[in-house]
Design a protein around this ligand. Structure first.
Ligand code: NAG
Ligand code: NAG
Length: 603
């Protein structure tokens, strides 16, 4: 479509590409000719090869452990970024309990075939540990296929680095008639001989196969994240500016992020309603939000029958004013200690009625206005509703919420799943089992599900976080970090940055919301600002990441062919074109979240 503006016809032709390395047919039809020359011939050839479906060969290559060669090829292909990935990280995870274990990842890594791989053997347990040679300052990715000689039980993997401190590297629920994959890991700060062993809470013997322990320097680990960011969070864009049918050379562009892209949000409190400085600080940064407490049952119906939505309504109106998307938090909270007295006292029949009333009330009140619902908060740690209403209470509640508000993604929301492998209640394998139970409830098949991970960290175990995200992402539903914070301590700032980067750098994670809601009398565990809304160091880190993840090119210009090429983060951008032949700048909105590979914009 061309629209004539007097004598001038100006066309912005936007061609979008997936990030650096188009690895699968998923990318569908991005032809290599259109690939910006910057990436070089070798790369485009490789891409078209891949696109042609040669993926299976490639994968078997990987499995054979030839990965390092492959990556250096990749690194050569891209002249714009030097990648220090020697061994690519393997994000795969089979979440089925299987008859035969799969081959070890990374060919076993530093676990030699003689010590573990190939043979079925009793797993190393305390007293018969597996000795491993560990390097200093490395992230170790651990994976193992495990089963028990009888029954069902929890199995925990322990890594003891040379300095002697025990690190819980991961944990799963294992069975006796099939093998379950554990993914996790540990970070070392000393060099030398270490131990690896497994423990169980059952009296059964543990069997282990295909144990793999692969070390990565911190640099390599970061390079994995960068690869994911290039592939999952960015797009190559080609903007062609034409005027009167001819390319407009040397046009000045300005590109400004306005909306969409990777969701990065924060929790808000009702204090925002009366404090313009809070509102301004929040709206300047965040386009996604969760109300800390205002939508919870105890906020909207503290006294039975007296519903009060004024606060939440005003907060939602404020969010709408600033184009902020809101997560609905929450319909129910399975924690007994957070029920009102009047709810705790109800017998099963009366509770059932009260639950139906609450559900209908809050969900219809906000239907169509929230992007997510946290449906039954923390139903792995707690089971108030399951105990009173039956084991399928969560499944039933999901079904009813979906009936009244079909658009939002319906989330489970849980703490310690990626933060803390010592807490066995919310383990990734248990999370997936609960999700499957909810999905299997009659009528729940086609619902939109989400995995909410609260992410309240103390000292993060980054390899465990990644391994757990691998497992959870294999469920095939969007994963969000919903309540990110880090407790106070000398490394709070550093840990927060690590956790945020790990989330942003994982292909399964589709959004991050922080739990740094401001209160005059102090925040839950982490305030981003002081009481004058001046950033604290954690706030500075968040701003740094926001800038980095919405970064636009400096002083973009079209070349002699009227073309400007760049790699931009997903999002919606305002593109302004200035040129001496134009009376007025042309302003266009470009939506890089659209899945279209090509777009023509006329002005
Ligand atoms: C061990 O773990 C399993 C699986 O989580 C659990 O069902 C069982 O109750 C636990 N056993 C003991 C003795 O704690
Ligand atoms: C509001 O957000 C939507 C989608 O997130 C976006 O398309 C739109 O341009 C935004 N509007 C403003 C005024 O920023």
């Amino acid at each position: 479509m061309k629209i004539s503006t007097g004598k001038l016809i100006l066309i912005l032709l936007i061609v979008l590409f997936e990030g650096f390395f188009v690895t699968s047919v998923k990318a569908g039809g991005y032809s290599s000719e259109k690939k910006p020359g910057k990436a070089g011939g070798e790369s485009s050839e490789k891409t078209s090869e891949k696109a042609a479906g040669d993926a299976s060969e490639q994968t078997s290559e990987k499995a054979a452990g030839d990965a390092s060669e492959q990556t250096s090829e990749k690194a050569d292909g891209s002249s714009s970024k030097k990648s220090s990935v020697k061994v690519p990280y393997d994000y795969s995870a089979n979440i089925e309990c299987v008859k035969e274990p799969e081959k070890p990842l990374y060919g076993g890594g530093i676990i030699s075939a003689a010590s573990a791989g190939g043979k079925k053997l009793a797993a190393p347990i305390k007293g018969s540990v597996l000795k491993v040679d560990l390097k200093k300052d490395h992230h170790y990715a651990l994976s193992a296929w495990l089963k028990l000689s009888k029954g069902t039980g929890d199995i925990t993997a322990i890594i003891v680095p040379p300095d002697g401190k025990f690190i819980t590297a991961g944990a799963i629920v294992a069975q006796s008639d099939c093998w379950t994959l554990l993914k996790g890991g540990a970070t070392t700060s000393s060099e030398g001989k270490g131990d690896l062993f497994f423990e169980t809470n059952s009296t059964a013997e543990i069997m282990a196969e295909s144990i793999a322990l692969q070390g990565f320097s911190f640099e390599e680990w970061n390079a994995h994240r960068e690869e994911v960011v290039a592939k999952e969070r960015k797009k190559k864009v080609k903007i062609t500016v034409e005027s009167g049918g001819k390319p407009l050379a040397d046009a000045e562009l300005s590109v400004e992020w306005v909306a969409k892209g990777f969701p990065l949000g924060n929790a808000m409190t009702q204090e925002i309603l009366d404090m313009p400085e809070y509102e301004e600080w929040f709206a300047k940064r965040f386009k996604w939000a969760t109300m800390e407490n205002a939508m919870k049952w105890y906020s909207t119906e503290f006294e039975e029958g007296h519903e009060a939505y004024e606060v939440a309504d005003k907060m939602l109106a404020l969010a709408e004013k600033h184009n902020i998307s809101v997560r609905g938090h929450n319909v129910f909270w399975d924690d007994e200690s957070h029920q009102m007295d009047w709810v705790s006292k109800l017998g099963p029949d009366k509770l059932k009625e009260a639950v139906a009333r609450r559900l209908k009330s809050v969900v219809t009140h906000y239907a169509g206005k929230v992007i997510h619902w946290d449906v039954v908060n923390e139903n792995l740690h707690f089971k108030f509703f399951e105990e009173k209403l039956g084991k399928d209470a969560s499944g039933e509640i999901f079904k009813e919420v979906a009936k009244l508000d079909p658009k939002p993604i319906l989330f489970m929301n849980e703490f310690n799943t990626i933060e803390q492998p010592c807490d066995l209640a919310p383990l990734p394998t248990k999370y997936i089992a609960k999700l499957k139970q909810i999905q299997a409830y009659p009528g729940n098949k086609g619902l939109k599900y989400g995995i909410g991970l609260e992410s309240h960290f103390e000292t993060p175990n980054i390899p465990y976080m990644r391994g757990s995200l691998d497992t959870l992402a294999a469920a095939g539903v969007p994963v969000w970090l919903t309540e990110v914070d880090v407790t106070k301590g000398p490394k709070q700032v550093e840990f927060l940055e690590e956790v945020m980067r790990e989330g942003f750098g994982h292909p399964g994670v589709k959004g991050i919301v922080m739990w740094a809601a401001w209160h005059a009398k102090g925040c839950y565990v982490m305030c981003l600002t002081d009481n004058k809304f001046k950033n604290l160091p954690v706030g500075d880190v968040v701003d740094k990441l926001l800038d980095e993840w919405r970064k636009v090119p400096e002083k973009p210009m079209t070349d002699a062919k009227g073309v400007f090429e760049a790699e931009l983060f997903h999002g919606e951008y305002k593109v302004t074109v200035k040129h001496k032949s134009l009376k007025e700048p042309i302003v266009q909105t470009v939506d890089l979240d659209s899945t279209k590979s090509e777009a023509t914009i006329s002005c």
